[in-house]
Structure formats: C-alpha cells, structure tokens
Design a protein around this ligand. Structure first.
Ligand code: FDA
Length: 305
C-alpha cells in the first residue's frame, strides 16, 4: 500500500497541468506548513525565528525544469537578490538551488553562466551554495558542473543520493576536490536499473556513504529525518573522534521540529532547508510520497481554507 501511494504521488509530482492549477491557488492544501511563503520577504521572519532557536538555514527558491532562457536568467537574478538580502539582513542562511531552474535542460553554457553569476555574489558575502540533486538522468552532468565550478568557487556544495548504485563511485571521483556534500536517500522515481528499490539497501548505503565521506576528511551534511541515521552518525563521530565542526544535520522545514531543537541542545549543528516561492507543487508532492503521515496535514489544509 505504501509503495502504491509513493508511486502515485511521485507520478503526480510531474503533472504539468496540476502544477499550473496549484500555482493559481498559492501555497495551500497544507503546503504552507512546509513552505516558507511565496516570496523571500515572507521567508525572512521564519529564518529569523529559526536562527533565534539556534538553527542554521538553507533557502531554496522553488522551481525546476525551466525550458526558457529568459526564465532561467530571471531565476538566477532572484537567487542573487536572495543572497544580497541574506547578507544585508544578517541572516544565518545558505542557498540551495536546482540546476534545471538555471537552464540545465537548455544548454550547459547557460547553466554555467547563470550559476557563475550566483557564485560570484555568494563568494562576496561568504555564503555557501548547494546544488540539489535531481533525477538520475541529470546526475552525471550535475556532478561534472559541480567539479568544474568547485575549483573556482570553494563555497560550492552538492548532493549525493544513496538510492543510486553509482554513488559510491561518485564519492571516489569527487574525493580530490574536497567536496562539501549533503548526503540523502533520494526523492525521485527511479528505475531498478539505476537505483536500489529496497529501503534497507538505501538506508545501508546512506550509512556507508556517511562513513566514507567523513573518514575521507570532508565536510558532510547528513540530511535525514530518520532517527537511525542520526544515531548512527553520532556514534560514528564518537567512535572515530570526528570533530563536530566537520558535519551537520539537515532537515526540511516543518519536519521533526522537536528533533531539530533537541540536536541543537546536544550541541550539534542543524540546518533547516526552507523552500519558498510559487512553484511549491512538485516539492510538496515529493514530500507526500515520502511520508503517508504528511497526507493528513494536506487533507486538513484543504478543509481549513
Ligand atoms: P525516510 O523518509 O526514509 O524515513 C525514515 C524514518 O524516519 C521514518 O520511518 C520515520 O520513523 C522517520 N521520519 C521521517 N520523516 C519523519 C517526520 N516528518 N516525522 C517523524 N518521523 C519521521 N532528495 C533528493 O533527491 N535531492 C536533494 O537534493 C535532496 N535534498 C534534501 C535536503 C534536505 C535538507 C533533506 C532533509 C532532504 C533532501 N532530499 C533530497 C530528500 C531525501 O532524499 C529524502 O527523500 C527525504 O529526506 C526522506 O528520507 P529520510 O532520510 O528523511 O527518511
């Protein structure tokens, strides 16, 4: 039953018609519980509150699969303005972005041009930018672009997904560029040709990648709401005397709020991923696919509006 519901919501996450319909309604149906508003201005008080609670933030201007050059340039401009507002507002926040929002599906030159402009601005303000990882068909090119720009911009991170068979080799290939990696399980619908379908194998591989990246001496963001992954990381750090400055936990806004605060109290660095923008539909559907309990607050959202 769980697998059917997961596939159903992942299928819906790609539906362009529903996406357009959702945009008209604004962030409703419970999406406002996990999205920080439609503009960065709406997100600012949320970031301030999270910072006040001891949490770091990474903001993501929602949007993906852009197929028009002008729109990709607009999106780069929005990222740059966000970076400027983070700096001028003294907010403790990084930035996350998706390469398909900057023109990955249009041309490599365009995405590199857009991303370079963002990274130049981020470098000025010492703000780290992390490239989210999208579906497996875009993984190789995303990592190539990451390697290329990481040489010039050390404040660049990316994501590796443990459900992909290729990820162990990707870690080896990235080893010499001192990567800043966020390690996750993976959120897209993938074929068994490229990804583990059994949850235990995905979880075991995430533990393996966390251990490998930390023991290779690289900064690691462990992005999971799973207690077992969090406990595993804590025990690993203890066992190998890995300093707390070498890793952080990351969780999505609105998920496991108490756990986020408990970890801060224990002295760990915790970063909250806060998406904002009108394009909330695909993000919201992927969250419903991950966790059937999220459907309850979506249903509540429908009837409370
Ligand atoms: P999973 O969903 O496997 O749940 C395991 C267990 O954790 C559950 O059984 C439950 O016990 C507990 N749990 C999980 N969520 C809970 C909740 N809300 N409340 C209570 N208990 C809960 N993906 C991707 O493909 N590309 C990307 O770039 C990113 N980026 C990203 C950034 C950040 C900061 C995060 C946290 C996640 C991502 N992801 C992602 C999503 C990621 O790949 C994955 O789909 C989700 O994090 C869900 O997997 P989990 O490891 O959180 O636990």
């Amino acid at each position: 039953m769980e697998a059917i519901s997961k596939n159903f919501f992942l299928y819906l996450s790609n539906n362009k018609l529903l996406d357009r319909f959702a945009k008209r309604f604004g962030a409703k149906f419970g999406a406002d519980k996990i999205v920080g508003g439609e503009t960065f201005t709406h997100a600012i008080p949320i970031i301030q509150q999270l910072n006040h609670d001891g949490l770091e933030v990474t903001v993501d201007h929602l949007g993906e699969f852009v197929d028009c050059e002008e729109e990709s340039r607009d999106r780069a401009g929005e990222c740059i303005r966000t970076i400027q507002q983070i700096a001028s507002g003294g907010l403790r926040s990084e930035v996350s972005l998706k390469l398909t929002s900057l023109g990955l599906d249009i041309s490599r030159d365009l995405v590199i041009e857009n991303l370079s402009l963002i990274l130049k601005e981020a470098e000025k303000h010492e703000i780290t930018v992390t490239i989210d990882m999208e579906d497996s068909s875009r993984c190789g090119e995303t990592l190539d672009i990451y390697r290329e720009l990481k040489e010039k911009y050390p404040n660049l991170g990316t994501v590796v997904q443990s459900y992909l068979y290729r990820s162990d080799e990707d870690l080896d290939a990235l080893n010499d560029c001192d990567p800043y990696l966020r390690l996750v399980k993976g959120a897209y619908k993938e074929s068994p040709k490229v990804a583990f379908s059994e949850k235990k194998l995905v979880d075991d591989n995430l533990k393996h990648l966390i251990k490998k990246n930390l023991l290779n001496g690289h900064y690691t963001a462990v992005a999971s709401h799973d207690d077992r992954i969090v406990e595993y990381t804590k025990a690993l750090a203890e066992e190998h005397s890995i300093p707390r400055e070498q890793f952080e936990f990351q969780m999505l806004y609105g998920m496991r709020n108490q756990m986020q605060k408990d970890l801060v109290e224990e002295g760990y660095k915790v970063r909250v991923y806060l998406p904002y923008g009108e394009d909330w539909y695909g993000y919201f559907m992927r969250r419903l696919a991950e966790r059937p309990a999220n459907i309850a607050f979506a249903v509540k959202g429908i009837f409370s509006k």
